[in-house]
Ligand binder design. Structure first.
Ligand SMILES: Nc1nc(=O)c2c([nH]1)NC[C@@H]1CN(c3ccc(C(=O)N[C@@H](CCC(=O)O)C(=O)O)cc3)CN21
Ligand SMILES: CC(C)C(=O)C(=O)O
Ligand SMILES: [Mg+2]
Length: 256
């Protein structure tokens, strides 16, 4: 059984929590898919494994290259690809071209883009009308880091209302799911109750319809993680130790 966008909506209705993680290459994607992850996001947060400070420098060509590799490793999960900074904001034509390249060239089933009402609603509606499934992303939107920083969003009544209204507008525009990033637990709960489409939280508490984390954070590959990430294993330590042992054995002529 492969995961579809309709399946995600059905899981929300059934109260089954959706499991999502990011991937950037074949090997990682294959492991996540085999472990039963429902949604694999080729996130622009792969900036961390490419050595960029923010997500802003990532290009559409870099996303396509990594998305193709991820897609080859996935049999079951729904594959969603982030549209990177300034590959969809310029015009509807630019968004259509970028999203079209993702579906045509990578075999991924959907795109995700950041932003809500009014900026992105018309664009999303037109992409959806063209047959492109779109995932929304509100709250902390890291492509706006130089405007809003990396702080939690929606802390005041006014900003919380704005985020709720953005989420409602995105659902009306036709997104099949929406990422809620780094917003208060109660706001995420309110949005999740109000919408018929699933909310996928990151730093948004336990009341979302699913959760997503950045896989390099979960695996302890990143040098530092956001406060809301959970590090399930420390691969930095494991890899360092293995490489040091190998180097020592080669120098002491113990290996081979
Ligand atoms: N490895 C990684 N994991 C992520 O979850 C992630 C990325 N990279 N890159 C894109 C965005 C950026 N993210 C982040 C990164 C840092 C904070 C963070 O440290 N927030 C602090 C405040 C920091 C500040 O004000 O400068 C906080 O307490 O909220 C939050 C989200 C989430 N996303
Ligand atoms: C954290 C998720 C939602 C994301 O946008 C990314 O990994 O780029
Ligand atoms: Mg992203």
């Amino acid at each position: 059984m492969v995961v579809t966008t309709q399946q995600l909506i059905q899981w929300k209705q059934q109260g089954r929590s959706i499991v999502a993680l990011t991937a950037w290459d074949y090997a990682i994607a294959q492991l996540l898919d085999a472990a039963g992850v429902d949604l694999i996001l080729v996130g622009d947060s792969m900036a961390v494994v490419l050595g960029y400070e923010t997500t802003l420098p990532i290009t559409l060509d870099e996303m396509l290259y990594h998305a193709k590799s991820v897609r080859r490793g996935v049999k079951r999960a729904l594959v969603v690809v982030d549209l990177p900074f300034l590959t969809y904001q310029e015009s509807l034509q630019q968004a259509m071209h970028s999203a079209g390249r993702v579906l045509k060239e990578t075999g991924a089933q959907a795109v995700k883009l950041e932003g809500g009402y009014p900026a992105m609603v018309e664009t999303i509606a037109r992409l959806v009308q063209a047959g492109i499934p779109v995932m929304g992303h509100v709250g902390l939107t890291p492509q706006s880091v130089h405007q809003i920083g990396l702080r939690q969003q929606g802390k005041t009544q006014q900003t919380a209302d704005r985020i709720l209204n953005e989420a409602i507008a995105l659902e009306q525009a036709g997104v099949f799911a929406i990422v809620l990033e780094h917003i208060p637990v109660d706001l995420a709960m309110q949005i999740s109750q109000k919408l018929s489409i699933p909310t996928i939280g990151i730093g948004a508490g336990p009341h979302c319809d699913g959760q997503v984390l950045v896989t390099s954070d979960v695996l302890g590959l990143a040098e530092k993680q956001p406060p809301f990430a959970k590090v399930y294993t420390n691969l930095r330590e494991t890899i360092s130790k293995a490489v040091q042992d190998y180097a020592m054995e080669v120098r002491e002529r113990k290996f081979p």
